[in-house]
Design a protein. Structure first.
Ligand SMILES: [Ca+2]
Ligand SMILES: [Ca+2]
Length: 529
């Protein structure tokens, strides 16, 4: 799979276009919220982000029991395993149920062995969108949020930790991993404007390669609809993190959105090419963080990149929803999700996942992401009718999956799966991932048809390989470390270790001297603006 070596999509300058802000089914949503008298609490929490990391302070948040919930979700939500059935939304079932239904004679494990407490397998995705785009049905677009009056201050780039004394030498990575690319610099602004209407005009007139910047401030929503030829155009905050924008609707090709605080999510429409969402802070409390894309086959979104962002807080559904991604330019990447930090996701009854792939796509590259201090599910791939051709999930760190459901009664436990990959997938690899350690942490699940997939050099806490996706996956691979496994024909070179000697987990350094697992530390990355 090295032939799939990923080259980052152009993060540089781009041309521009304008768009008419067409905000979608938000009014009802906002109305519902205000009707619950929650607006103030929401704004406070969103502005400070405290709610996202300290749910106890904001338990009256908007996600539970609102009119919007009734529209967006099943009406009966006493438990997360009873989403209503529909042709597109298979009912969530427990692992034991699915294993019984599709029991494989070769799988002698009892349900208790294959169904760790709290494990949720086979969760259905919410009802699909209507296929009309635009206008968008309710689930497609986030409701416009009242802009926060006080955007969070830009985060200072973290400084690398001092070298640990007598730190073991980390072997060089087996493959050359790209570093997090530098964000657009303010000095690169070709022009700076101070309203979304001016931005729209500037983008419409901009030549490919241009960078239009927004001055410091809080703005409403943006719609980018005029396609731009390569290398596209960039809309950036003039000063990193000092401009807050609402929802961003992308229906034209060739846009990079960089270094903003985004409080309304990013939605990429069908048949859009070359969208880059780079080094933004994407706030919770909206429908999705980034939605790629509002379509189903045969429509698709080509060559999308989501890089270097921080996703902070739970959405009504997923922090990233990926549907029909496609490698249109033949560089081996259809959707690149790389170098992002994800925190604060929680299961709120909407099947809230950090990353969920629905429908088929091709050439998914999920790499070097940092998932921590979250709940719900982590990396979740399911429901594609045909194989995702080109599947790379490498060098990701998933730890401290310990946020409870909200409300806690939604979950029998909060240790939902950090890594759940349903086949069919083909021609790819899962390598050098470190998953399920720290506080909390559910069981990773691999299931379904895997074709030419390598699973090597990973460090998983708990891993289940089941037939709940229709078959037990067959993988090649070497040299994994794990604590507990079920149904897995453990590859050669694997070792059992329930307390791997991570270099400095208290400081987020989950590298191992053996070179297995990740080869980077979060503190050396630049997330967000
Ligand atoms: Ca591509
Ligand atoms: Ca979901």
């Amino acid at each position: 799979m090295r032939s799939l070596a990923v080259r980052r999509m152009s993060g540089g300058a781009f041309g521009i276009a304008v768009a008419l802000a067409v905000l979608i089914g938000g009014s009802a949503f906002a109305l519902a919220r205000s009707g619950q008298g929650l607006s103030a609490a929401t704004a406070v929490c969103k502005g400070s982000e405290v709610r996202l990391l300290n749910p106890g302070r904001c338990r009256t948040g908007p996600s539970v029991g609102t009119e919007a919930d009734a529209r967006l979700r099943p009406s009966h939500r006493s438990r997360r395993h009873r989403l209503p059935k529909s042709p597109e939304a298979p009912q969530e079932t427990t692992a034991s149920t699915e294993l019984t239904a599709a029991s494989a004679p070769t799988e002698p494990k009892s349900s208790s062995e294959t169904t760790p407490p709290g494990l949720a397998i086979g969760k259905g995705h919410p009802a699909k969108f209507s296929g009309v785009d635009p206008p968008d049905p309710a689930p497609e677009e986030p409701a416009p949020e009242e802009p926060t009056t006080t955007p969070p201050p830009p985060e200072e780039p973290t400084t690398p930790p001092p070298p640990a004394p007598e730190e073991p030498t980390i072997p060089p990575p087996e493959e050359e991993e790209p570093t997090t690319p530098p964000p657009v610099e303010p000095s690169s602004c070709d022009q700076t404007v101070d309203s979304t209407s001016e931005a729209a005009s500037a983008l419409a007139a901009a030549a490919a390669g241009s960078v239009v910047c927004l001055a410091d401030g809080t703005y409403g929503s943006l719609s980018l609809s005029s396609s731009k030829p390569a290398p596209g155009v960039t809309l950036a905050a003039a000063n990193p993190g000092a401009a807050t924008i609402g929802s961003v609707s992308v229906s034209g090709s060739g846009y990079t959105i960089a270094r903003f605080v985004i409080d309304g999510g990013v939605s990429i429409s069908r048949n859009v090419d070359r969208t880059v969402v780079d080094h933004n802070r994407i706030l919770g409390g909206n429908h999705y963080g980034v939605f790629v894309c509002t379509a189903e086959p045969p429509d698709q979104c080509n060559d999308t990149a989501i890089t270097g962002n921080v996703f902070a807080g739970a959405m009504d559904e997923d922090q990233i929803r990926a549907n029909v991604f496609h490698d249109g330019d033949g560089d081996g990447i259809g959707l690149l999700v790389e170098g992002n930090e994800f925190r604060g996701n929680q299961e709120r009854g909407g099947h809230n996942d950090v990353f969920q792939s629905v429908w088929v796509g091709d050439h998914l590259v999920f790499r070097k992401n940092y998932l921590h201090d979250f709940g719900g599910q982590g990396f979740f791939v399911k429901d594609q009718g045909t194989a995702i051709d080109g599947f790379i999930a490498n060098n990701n760190l998933i730890v401290d999956q310990d946020l409870p459901c909200e409300p806690a009664s939604l979950c029998s436990g909060y240790q939902l799966s950090p890594w759940q990959v349903f086949g069919p997938i083909a021609n790819g690899e899962m390598k050098h991932n470190t998953v399920g350690w720290g506080s909390g942490g559910g069981t990773a699940v691999l299931t379904g048809t895997y074709i030419n997939i390598e699973f090597s050099d990973n460090v998983f806490n708990r891993l289940t390989v089941t037939n709940s996706g229709g078959s037990v996956p067959s993988m090649s691979g070497l040299n994994n470390t794990y604590c507990d496994s079920s149904g897995w024909g453990v590859p050669p070179g694997s070792s059992v270790d329930c307390s791997p000697d991570f270099l400095n987990p208290a400081a987020g350094d989950y590298r191992l001297a053996s070179g297995r697992g990740i080869n980077w530390v979060p503190s050396a990355q630049h997330y967000g603006p």
